[in-house]
Design a protein around this ligand. Sequence first.
Ligand code: HEM
Ligand code: SF4
Ligand code: SF4
Length: 505
Amino acid sequence: MIARLHRLGRAFFGVLRRPMARAFDAAENPLNHLGAMTIFFLWIVLISGIWLLIFFRTSVSGAFESVEYLTREQWYLGGIMRSLHRYASDAAIITILLHIVKEFVFNRYRSNRWFTWVTGIPLVWMIFVLGITGYWLVWDELAQYVAITSAELMDSIPIFTDSMAGNFLSDDLLSNRFFTLMAFLHLIGLPIFLVFGIWLHVFRLNGPRINPARRLMAASLIAMLVLSALYPAISHEQAELAMTPQSLRLDWFYLHVYPLVQIWSPGWVWVFLVGISTVIVIAPWAPPQKKEQAALVTLDFCNGCERCVDDCPFGAVEMVPRTDGTNYTHQAGVDPDLCISCGICVGACPTATPFRSRGELLPGIDLPDRMASALREDIIAAGKQGESPHVIVFACRDDQQVQEIEKAGLSFVKVNCMGQLPPSYVDFTLSRGHADGVLLLGCLDGNCSYRYGAEWTEQRLARQRDPMLRRRVDMSRVAIGWQAPWSENSGVVQKYEAFLRSLQQ
Ligand code: HEM
Ligand code: SF4
Ligand code: SF4
């Protein structure tokens, strides 16, 4: 069932990908930066919100008029800010939903990643409550509908003794204090919690990508400015509690649940919302999964260089005081509760070299389930088998292309993530004559299952990041085929054949 949902979601991303890939490169494709795009939209919401706050009056009588003033009298700035505030909030809902689906369908929520997943859920609740209280503050007919329906929802929770709906029986009963409370929640309380929540959400990640590419930000801002100028956000008629609003333009991004209160009952709406949230919370453990072994440090080979700390995308390695009495001051220490066994630290370790001739090949840090020594054996086994030129393909286990390679019967060596492959293994493969060419296949940057595998690999091969590929390696014998993980047909065999032809020339 879960696998079927994953497949369905991947197909959905495949459909979205086609037009997006035509318009953007990987660094600028919004589908590759959904979390960062959400943060960018929230920045727009914050900045436009500050402008609205300057003119907003937090009283029942003043609220509607102050928003009307901004929309009509100050349309060139206040009106645009109001529209930006709304459209950026709507855009944030789209990117959050896509972000959740993407993390789910590409399996980035299980094992030790549960923390980032679970801390995302309160963020969704906060953003919805922020949006709902925002509609409330305008105090027009829509706000009236939102206020009364929200009060029905709150009153159905048995913990409240006073009826909230009682506040909305008539205009006289509606107190400024209640209204100021809403304004406080929307303008100060919830934003502070949201900032803290986003920090908590990404704090276990090493180098979280919180800013999208500049051109992407500029293009999204321009698109929203154009939308704001063409279709400015406007209010309904002023709220009048004695009257029932006849026709409302609902913002379906935030208010889709409200009609359900009338169709079902407030109680069932809570069951629905809490039910969905619970299913999402338990998703990382449903069904339980066998945990892979965490990376293991062998002190005899650890020189305390810290490269594994810098490169681990999940903050699972830290330097701790040396315990073996050698001259080094520090050693690497792995937290097994954070490690997700991607192997990127092995790719970073200068002692993970297949050229070692004496003793066992044990680097400073290694993966017990996919050891550096086994990788070397696999290369030797896949090595030159007669025909020339011979190419060895290194493939990331999560890459869709692996199945196609297996079907085509090519010689290949599987790694947990392309970032697990130390550059010295490429040198070893070519300089020891195990192959005439090396083709590396992994997930396109922004889609790497382990966040930084593609980026670190490119930098190591380009000799921009330690450990660097040695200069003696002829780069015309090395090819890389990054592929978005949702591609239906990656054309890997064609890539392989094109590379073979280039080697023959
Ligand atoms: C306000 C809403 C949210 C924002 C601003 C946000 C932002 C981010 C950012 C910036 C990252 C780091 C991306 C990277 O550097 O690789 C991230 C990762 C992640 N997010 Fe969110 N997120 C939000 C909501 C959610 C929700 C609701 C979920 C799921 C229920 C979720 C699940 C995840 C997961 C699983 C990762 C980690 C992926 C990994 O381990 O590689 N996020 N998020
Ligand atoms: S990269 Fe290797 S040698 Fe350097 S600190 Fe980490 S385990 Fe030790
Ligand atoms: S295997 Fe991956 S998560 Fe674990 S310590 Fe190494 S780089 Fe970090």
